[in-house]
Design a protein. Structure first.
Length: 262
């Protein structure tokens, strides 16, 4: 269980693939951890060095006292890549991870050559909505909120699927303080202006059944980046890497080839 000690936070990470291969980095969604990518990684081509990590407050990473800022989460990713000497990567961010990807690309273009923004946005709703969600989750706990979250993440026919059961178990296993800290970071972030200044290859991925980040919101975000591409996965919810891993891996592999990363 590799742990990167960054001083005030310790980040759990995992590396698959070829040592010295072309770097591909994955960042997870709020309420998930690096296991959310388990079904995609084996489907990717050889020659990649694949880094997954648990965002601060999620999974096996430490959960310092919150609330967190998005700048802090971006700095965590920056310091982890520096520690592991990763440059010129393709950074794949899911939901919260996609916000981190945008912020890191604005700050450190030497680290990122291309972005994949999955089920994410430059801004997720209004801060009062997040403040209310944080207070209800603090009062009730993650398990009591799980049905509401699953309704946003999965289309109704999939709520009884093994994938939904896995996502639910992953959600309720997260440290409550870490979840609330990351939720505060999302609620306080508006990346419309910074993201509109990016000039790099980018791909947006959305699920047509996603109620957390509807396809139009994802498309609006990636269209802030000139020349960015967009792909809609039919039948997918908020976690297409989990409920449609084959199509997700196919689209990602095509993008890696088109950008010359493999």
């Amino acid at each position: 269980m590799p742990i990167a000690d960054l001083g005030e936070v310790q980040l759990h990470y995992h590396i698959d693939g070829a040592p010295g291969g072309r770097p591909l980095v994955f960042a997870n969604a709020l309420g998930t951890d690096l296991r959310v990518w388990d079904r995609v990684v084996p489907l990717l081509p050889e020659g990649l060095q694949i880094l997954r990590y648990d965002i601060r407050g999620q999974g096996r990473s430490s959960a310092p006292e919150g609330p967190y800022s998005m700048g802090t989460l971006v700095r965590d990713a920056e310091r982890l890549l520096d520690l592991l000497n990763i440059r010129d990567c393709v950074f794949v961010g899911l939901s919260l991870g996609g916000m981190i990807a945008q912020g890191l690309a604005v700050k450190r273009l030497d680290q990122i050559r291309a972005l994949v923004l999955s089920n994410t946005a430059a801004k997720f709703g209004l801060k009062p909505m997040w403040d209310d969600r944080i207070e209800r989750t603090r009062a009730l706990g993650l398990e009591a909120m799980a049905d509401e979250v699953m309704d946003r993440w999965f289309p109704k026919p999939a709520l009884t699927s093994p994938e939904a059961a896995f996502a639910r178990a992953m959600l309720i296993s997260q440290p409550l303080d870490g979840y609330l800290g990351c939720a505060a970071a999302i609620g306080g972030t508006d990346f419309y202006t910074p993201t509109s200044g990016l000039r790099l290859s980018a791909l947006g991925i959305a699920g047509d059944r996603d109620r957390a980040t509807p396809p139009d919101l994802v498309r609006e975000t990636v269209e802030l980046i000139p020349g960015a591409k967009f792909h809609l996965i039919r039948g997918a919810g908020h976690l297409p890497c989990l409920d449609r891993p084959e199509e997700f891996a196919t689209v990602l592999t095509r993008f890696l080839k088109e950008t010359g990363h493999i």
